[in-house]
Design a protein around this ligand. Structure first.
Ligand SMILES: *[C@@H]1O[C@H](CO)[C@@H](O)[C@H](O)[C@H]1NC(C)=O
Ligand SMILES: *[C@@H]1O[C@H](CO)[C@@H](O)[C@H](O)[C@H]1NC(C)=O
Ligand SMILES: *[C@@H]1O[C@H](CO)[C@@H](O)[C@H](O)[C@H]1NC(C)=O
Length: 300
């Protein structure tokens, strides 16, 4: 009787040990594969240098959250969104190194330039003070820092400022008669992409946002691509964000902007309550092939 109980207990003990061992093994396998996944996830192919049109960014921000936004002091120039390490055919990686926290004093020397050219349009709403730069550094900079040329905040932020200077989208587009307009004159994505390609010799990615009030697409970002030697390359192979309409290609135009629709490039932030009403075209714009609709912002 006693012996039988002992044997049962021993069996139970053996069972427990076996189950525990199996669980441990399974856990380690999952852990190891997760660590491996983490490491491979941090690999990337190219850098996306993202310039944004602040008037569109502001409109989008005010639209989404009913907030006010911050614009650069001087109007009429593009600002930086970020420098994003990117694996071709997908997004990211992001948040690569938790041991590289954002240090705001490291940027003291270039704060004025950052305020003007890497403007935190969403300041006060989404971001706290320095929040935009902190976000871009922690999310993207810690991945870019795998390169020796970008392995500090100073290098990362200064490189973006240098690229903004070298690839000034206001000048690039002006050269092809594409300028911000007070009336809602549209340009098509092909002309915009072509203007950039003519100026820099490589394919950009043209990014649009869709305004729910006017149902019009707005020019939001122009993305240029660089290889790991920081040499400008075509953006071919980069993917759009999930929430955007699918990428279309016409010749070599990379964009999420709707095909065949005219894109707005507003010279000021469209009023919060806006609708469109037809107006007579400015004579100087009449013979421009790009201009098909002539509409004016109306505040109701
Ligand atoms: C935004 O600005 C308007 C006009 O300047 C002001 O009336 C409103 O209170 C501001 N809203 C917020 C959320 O700061
Ligand atoms: C993260 O950054 C630290 C500090 O610079 C560095 O020593 C470490 O190698 C980095 N880790 C990875 C995975 O890059
Ligand atoms: C932050 O940057 C400043 C200026 O480069 C440097 O003196 C300081 O040691 C840094 N702080 C940390 C915590 O790394």
């Amino acid at each position: 009787m006693n012996r039988a109980v002992n044997r049962n207990e021993r069996n139970i003990n053996v069972c427990t040990v076996l189950i525990a061992a199996t669980l441990l093994l399974l856990c380690s396998i999952t852990l190891i594969s997760r660590i491996q996944k983490l490491n491979t996830d941090q690999e990337w192919d190219i850098l996306l240098f993202v310039q944004r049109w602040p008037n569109t960014a502001c409109m989008e921000w005010e639209e989404k959250d009913g907030k006010n936004c911050t614009l650069p002091k001087k109007s009429g120039h593009w600002t930086i969104h970020g420098v994003w390490p990117t694996k071709l055919g997908t997004k990211g990686p992001t948040f690569c190194n938790g041991s590289l926290p954002f240090n705001d004093t490291a940027l003291d020397d270039i704060k004025d330039d950052l305020n003007e050219y890497w403007t935190d349009v969403e300041l006060g709403g989404k971001h706290k003070k320095d929040g935009f730069w902190r976000h871009e550094w922690v999310k993207h900079g810690t991945c870019a820092s795998a390169l020796e040329t970008l392995n500090s905040e100073e290098k990362y932020f200064k490189q973006a400022l240098a690229w903004l200077n070298d690839y000034n989208m206001m000048q690039v587009l002006m050269f092809e008669q594409i300028h911000p307009t007070k009336t809602a004159v549209g340009y098509d994505a092909v002309s915009i992409a072509k203007a950039v390609n003519d100026a820099v010799g490589k394919n950009p990615f043209i990014h649009c946002v869709h305004d729910t009030k006017t149902r019009l697409p707005f020019l939001s970002e122009i993305r240029l691509c660089f290889d790991k030697n920081l040499v400008l390359i075509d953006c071919d192979g980069t993917k759009v964000d999930k929430r955007n309409s699918p990428l279309w290609q016409s010749g070599s135009v990379l964009t999420n902007c709707p095909k065949g629709k005219l894109i707005m490039y507003p010279s000021n932030v469209p009023p919060k309550t806006r609708r469109l009403a037809p107006v007579a075209p400015e004579p100087s714009l009449l013979n421009l092939y790009k201009c098909i609709v002539f509409l004016q912002w109306f505040t109701s």
